[in-house]
Design a protein around this ligand. Structure first.
Ligand code: C2G
Length: 441
């Protein structure tokens, strides 16, 4: 009698699992299925499992394919099992290709093709509506919850961090951070810049998908670390700069990259807002965002997306009130064949436009460019000017939420902003806060 063994978590048993069990069974006469214990899964970093071990064992049992079910409880158990049960073939999905070659010393090892397009992660969100928790400053959270209402498949669980002070979110329950994470499948984070890293990290570690404003972390290494935890836990980690998800902005990038204005020589962005800054003496206490915190990432994004992150030199000049509160900051970058400038202000006002200059023409995006609906491509010959208009509903949160939902359903992250852009933005914030090569005026 030929004995086959296979292992798995088998969370929310699906067609992929069924296929592998069938194929494994066909390899021999007797199939033993090792189902992971909850402890073993959490030790190996798989903490997003929805069903208890008993439910998962029941699922495997119901298939009628297993002649025997055992529990996998410790590292190294596979060798013991193979010897104990006199196994002829060890079978596992092709996502593990090569990882179990070491078992071939004890029996035959066969990797079976993994079923494409289906996974437990996908089912977790498909079965239920996505329960979305909102973390951060009330004013913005209100806008997000408003736009999320119209999206099919998203239920807002509540907020954390708004302290119930904003009447516009009074219909949403305010939870402690940990309670909110516990109750949600996915988290939207637009909190104070320096709180984000710990919040994103905690959410990912608890198997929750995260959509977070930029920067997510202060420092490139921390951003990289977040990518790694997301990957390990099978979570989507997406950047939440809403501009990146607007159709007009996306089209604009494509056109620039396809050479519509020739070679790009310069990118200039300006983002400013006037608020009650002048009346306030203590900024951090009053939860007012500084120029960099409110605008820095948005202003940097197109520069790094268009020209990349391999600049040769950069200069930052800032007019700051304290280490964490700048009123105005100007960042200049020099590339091998181009230059770029980002200007951000809080409590000063300027024209919030974006200009991308090329060897054949230039792109002009009028203020406020970060809510891009309209832009022009202009050439020396005025008659050749092209106008583009793509309506932006609301503030654009809707588009990023829809993309977030789609990424979760497809089980993969589509970062419109690019991982290297996210890392570079984090680096600039670190250098800025540390005043590394930053000029004060
Ligand atoms: N599988 C598949 N197709 C899918 C999903 C899963 O063929 N779309 C296979 C996997 O390759 C694995 C089995 O189904 O062989 C169980 O998958 P999981 O439940 O994800 O368990 P896993 O983490 O792969 O456990 O000791 C545990 C084992 O090493 C594997």
């Amino acid at each position: 009698m030929k004995k086959v063994i296979t292992y798995g978590t088998f969370d929310m048993l699906h067609q992929g699992h069924l296929n592998i069990l069938k194929r494994a069974k066909e390899l021999g006469d007797y199939l033993i299925v090792g189902v992971t214990s909850d402890d073993f899964d959490s030790r190996r970093g798989k903490i997003n499992v929805q069903q208890s071990m008993m439910e998962r064992v029941e699922g495997v049992k119901e298939t009628g394919l297993a002649d025997q079910i055992i529990i996998e409880e410790y590292e190294g158990q596979k060798i013991d099992d193979i010897n104990r049960f006199g196994i002829d073939i060890f079978a596992i999905g092709s996502d593990w290709q090569g990882k179990f070659d070491y078992l071939s010393e004890f029996c035959q090892v066969i990797y079976l093709e993994r079923t494409k397009g289906i996974s437990s992660t996908k089912i977790r969100t498909k079965n239920n509506h996505l329960r979305l928790g909102l973390v951060g400053n009330a004013g913005r959270i209100w806008k997000v919850s408003n736009e999320a209402l119209v999206i099919n498949g998203i239920d807002i669980v509540g907020t954390s961090g708004n302290d119930g002070c904003d009447k516009r979110v009074s219909n949403l329950e305010n939870f402690s951070f940990k309670d909110l994470i516990d109750k949600s499948d996915a988290i939207f984070i637009e909190s104070n810049v320096r709180d984000r890293f710990e919040q994103v990290k905690y959410s990912l570690e608890h198997g929750k998908h995260v959509l977070c404003d930029l920067p997510m972390a202060i420092g490139k290494r921390k951003q990289q670390y977040l990518f790694e935890i997301a990957k390990k836990n099978g979570c989507v980690l997406m950047s939440g700069i809403k501009t990146a998800y607007s159709t007009a902005y996306y089209r604009l990038l494509l056109m620039v990259k396809s050479g519509e204005i020739g070679d790009v020589l310069s990118v200039e962005t300006t983002c400013t807002s006037l608020s009650e800054v002048s009346k306030i003496s203590s900024y951090s206490e009053n939860n007012i965002w500084s120029a960099m915190d409110a605008w820095g990432a948005t202003a940097l994004m197109p520069i790094f997306q268009i020209l990349g992150t391999d600049y040769i030199d950069r200069t930052i000049v800032t007019k700051s009130i304290d280490k964490y509160f700048d009123l105005f900051t100007k960042m200049d970058f020099i590339y091998e064949n181009a230059v770029a400038t980002a200007k951000v202000g809080k409590g000063i006002k300027s024209e919030g436009e974006m200009i991308i200059s090329g060897t054949k023409g230039y792109v002009y995006v009028p203020a406020p460019w970060w809510k891009t609906e309209y832009f022009e491509i202009r050439y020396e010959d005025l008659n050749k000017k092209k106008r583009f208009f793509y309506e932006l509903e609301g503030e654009g949160f809707k588009y990023e939420l829809v993309n977030f939902l789609r990424a979760i359903n497809h089980g993969r992250t589509i970062n419109y902003t690019g991982d290297n852009v996210l890392k570079e933005v984090s680096r600039i914030y670190e250098e800025f806060y540390n005043r590394k090569d930053v000029n004060l005026i």
